[in-house]
Design a protein around this ligand. Sequence first.
Ligand SMILES: Cc1ncc(COP(=O)(O)O)c(C=O)c1O
Length: 359
Amino acid sequence: MRPLVATIDLSAIIHNYAVAKRCAPGRQAFAVVKANAYGHGVREVVTALHEVAEGFAVASLEEAAEVRALHSEARILLLEGCFAAAEYQFAAQLGLDVVLHNARQAQELLAATLSRPLNAWVKLDSGMHRLGFSAVALREWHGRLHGAPQVAELSVLSHFACADERGSEVTEQQLEAFLDVLDLDFAQRSLANSAAILTIPAAHMDWLRPGIMLYGATPCADLTVAELGLRPAMSLTAQLIACREVDVGDALGYGGTWRASRPSRIGTVSCGYADGYPRHAPNGTPVIVRGQRVALVGRVSMDMLMVDLTDLPDAVEGDAVELWGAQLPVDEVAQAAGTIGYELLSKVTARVPRRYRSS
Ligand SMILES: Cc1ncc(COP(=O)(O)O)c(C=O)c1O
């Protein structure tokens, strides 16, 4: 069997959920499990959080149906709402909480004949300008939705654009815009993603929406997971499948983009971009071999990548390699590759077997 596995520590996810709840005592939380729980496996993550999470948040009806099959009671928030009028009936059957982010969705809900009323969350565009009503439109729709037969609870939510940058003016403005509509009668309010849960208490409201923090990656550019008290959930581990000596001037891999400037020992690792490792990771991106940091060298190929073992002369074929995880925060790899932990975690491909443990 190919030596590459993503080991998921479910107790880390439970711990990280508890960290979110401790940041905001008395509030409830939708564990964000869209995109296969950010690559960690929605089935296992929902099962692990079954007794502790008050709710789950997903991006589509298909994802919601999967979560409902695993949890008959939890609230399930459909973050982008329904994509077509016909979906409302199914959403009602599943007992979902649906977001309404524009007039089309609100009209379709009001025109729907449902087996039971839905919890609806009107979304305010507080400044991100991706989804949501303007404050003026939200006030108008509040009047039409409040008390409508299709609506059980009417609640409000919004989303931050820059909560990861501490002291951001945009965040201040978004928070103000949100507070501004709270004179309206809403059953529940929700604003905080991971970054806001961890650093902006004024944004906690009634329901938190922790995503990335559950998986033990940082949502904040200037705070590490260790500083935040979070535990990494996924370790992506491979092996050295070959080792060789190369001479000064020898070029490595596709395009020969790295050339040895000293006699070097090179290791080939069983992980590549078809597994989700970023192809654009540059020379020098950290990789752990035998518990030691070494540097990625040459271009990442589909199934393999190479590392410089010159300073680790005892390393041999068969040695364990960690691409990210308990010994190397995914955030460091992401930073080296010019991306974010969210992307690396959610892009680990289906061919990488997931193993689960509860340590
Ligand atoms: C509307 C909404 N809420 C919450 C989250 C969770 O954000 P994070 O993973 O930064 O905690 C997301 C993620 O993209 C989102 O789109």
